[in-house]
Ligand binder design. Structure first.
Ligand code: GDP
Length: 530
């Protein structure tokens, strides 16, 4: 076991435990909208690079704001003028945020792949090699997993424990585990290792900037995961649909096939074709031969001559480090989706939640939507400490005055009064229908889920079925929607909800639809009616 290998380049900054408390350093969920290098034309429906199930093709007619930015650096240039009309524009929040992060970029990572491909083992071992799990704990896992007759699962248990922790956590969108690479702080979203991995993964995928797709290189196993019924394709399509453009494919369990180059090539060429169809650009997909169990090619380049004689590329950690950073939402108008409301001792009351976009300073006016009323942020608490400012990605508690607590519910959005969020009961969306048993028909009741919102809604109109690859309408006014289809629908919510167009605010413009306990579709908001 490589228990001595604890590279300096990365260390655990925050444990999963701490995170489940709901307060965290800026998490990359606050970043958004893909990375700045996403070519604008990539969003046009006629562009072949946007293919199957790509919900974001909805943005076709309107250039996304992020494409104007062409580098993270440029993006980080402070823009003090932006909030000059606000009460106290004295703090250069963006510069402060840079300092707080130690200059590292934040990235949300989701791990996807067929069951038993080795996702948990791979990530657990990676965290262990990075020094995020101490030797004693690892030893404990080894003993326990041996006792349970599952010695080979020791690394996977690293993630299982954080999983339990998270279930006790407050919000469903809190990332679980963080680790660092030389240039990045990575939040591992919804780390795998659960039976109900799919619903979990969807939540994670909806927040992810990049993904690792794990496939099992063993003979027959890759094929099983890749064929219909296997999760490799389903997961690949899903993350692409939710806006993930960069992918690292860990061709795992290479030890099982003696690190054979031919097997690696066979898998990458099959996957390559599929991923291209799914809408990934070839240059944004990297293939890395790994052994999650043996720990090879994870945080340092594999040493075995069977590998080095044909593979000169990056190890998994290097690949993660070289993902392009997404654009940060700090530049956008302030948005915070309320996760909790409570009265504290002093005047006013408190709300907690994650800042989805923009930043806030003490003393600023905020608008709550609904109910469309303003208040003042008297105090900001981050990690249980009072602070002067907080920015996109921070889980904060705000003390508010000038408003009645009765008016505020979980799911309300606090926003910049000058650039308020939209509130509606009717909107249109492009959805990707999951594996459902009963086809969806007009009048179908659903639960609309996004951020902290969970609101009963009805699918009131089936507008069209869209071609998975091109986004073109293949059928108008369908009678029903079946599994795997891409469609344009209209939804009516029971009460008004605050949301945004996906093209403007990715975080507040994508949602899931659930029905009797399972997720039946993922979607993005394309038009807000009223
Ligand atoms: P998950 O369902 O994708 O999270 O898969 P797990 O991490 O639970 O792994 C499933 C099984 O594959 C376990 O028995 C692991 O020990 C085994 N496994 C994972 N990675 C490797 C690997 O690189 N090589 C070999 N030989 N076995 C592995």
């Amino acid at each position: 076991m490589e228990s001595e290998i604890v590279p300096k380049i990365a260390k655990m900054t925050v444990s999963g435990k701490k995170q489940s408390m709901g307060f965290e350093v800026p998490c990359a969920a606050a970043e958004e909208n893909g990375h700045p290098n996403t070519p604008q034309k990539g969003l046009l429906p006629e562009d072949a690079s946007v293919a199957s199930g790509v919900l974001e093709a909805v943005s076709k007619s309107t250039p996304l704001p992020q494409v104007v930015q062409d580098s993270e650096e440029q993006n980080m240039v402070p823009t003090p003028a932006k909030k000059s009309s606000k009460a106290k524009p004295q703090i250069d929040v963006k510069a402060e945020l840079e300092k707080r992060q130690g200059g590292k970029q934040l990235l949300n990572l989701v791990v996807i792949g067929h069951v038993d491909a080795g996702k948990s083992t791979l990530m657990g071992h990676l965290l262990y090699l990075l020094g995020n799990v101490n030797k004693r704990t690892m030893h404990k896992y080894e003993q326990e997993s041996k006792k349970a007759g599952k010695a080979s699962f020791a690394y996977a248990w690293v993630l299982d424990e954080t999983g339990e922790e998270r279930e006790r956590g407050v919000t469903m969108d809190v990332g679980m585990t963080k680790f660092e690479t030389p240039t990045k702080v990575i939040t591992l979203m919804d780390a795998p290792g659960h039976k109900d991995f799919i619903p979990n993964m969807i939540t994670g995928a909806a927040q992810a900037d990049v993904a690792i797709l794990v496939v099992d290189a063993s003979r027959g196993e890759f094929e099983a995961g890749f064929e219909t019924g296997g999760q490799t394709r389903e997961h690949g399509l899903l993350v692409r649909s939710l806006g993930v453009t960069q992918l690292a494919v860990a061709v795992n369990k290479m030890d099982q096939v003696n690190w054979q180059q031919e097997r690696f090539q066979e898998i990458t060429s099959k996957l390559g074709q599929f991923l291209k169809q799914a809408g990934f650009k070839e240059s944004d997909v990297a293939y890395i031969p790994t052994s999650g169990l043996g720990g090879e090619n994870l945080v340092t380049r594999g040493q075995s001559s069977d590998l080095t004689q044909w593979y000169k590329g990056k190890c998994l950690l290097e690949q993660i480090d070289s993902f392009k950073p997404p654009q940060r939402s700090v530049d956008k108008p302030f948005r915070l989706c309320v996760a909790d409301v409570f009265k504290d001792q002093g005047s006013g009351f408190c709300v907690t939640g994650k800042i989805e976009a923009g930043y806030i300073q003490v003393g600023e006016r905020l608008l709550a939507m609904p109910p469309n009323e303003t208040c003042t942020a008297k105090g900001i608490t981050l990690h249980d400490e009072p602070v002067d400012w907080a920015a996109a990605g921070d889980h904060v508690s705000l003390t508010l005055t000038g408003m009645d607590i009765i008016k505020i519910n979980v799911g309300c959005v606090f926003c910049d009064p000058k650039e308020p969020i939209k509130v509606c009961t009717r909107f249109r969306a492009r959805v990707l229908i999951f594996n459902i048993e009963v086809p969806i028909t007009k009048g179908f009741p659903v639960l609309l889920h996004y951020q902290t919102v969970s609101e009963p809604a009805t699918i009131t109109r089936l507008l069209s079925v869209l071609h998975k690859s091109t986004g073109e309408v293949t059928k108008k006014k369908p009678k029903f929607l079946a599994k795997g289809q891409n469609a344009l629908i209209e939804l009516q919510t029971q009460r008004p909800v605050a949301l945004e167009l996906y093209k403007d605010f990715k975080e507040l413009g994508r949602f899931m639809l659930r029905y009797s306990g399972s997720t039946i579709a993922a979607g993005v908001v394309t038009e807000i009616k009223e």
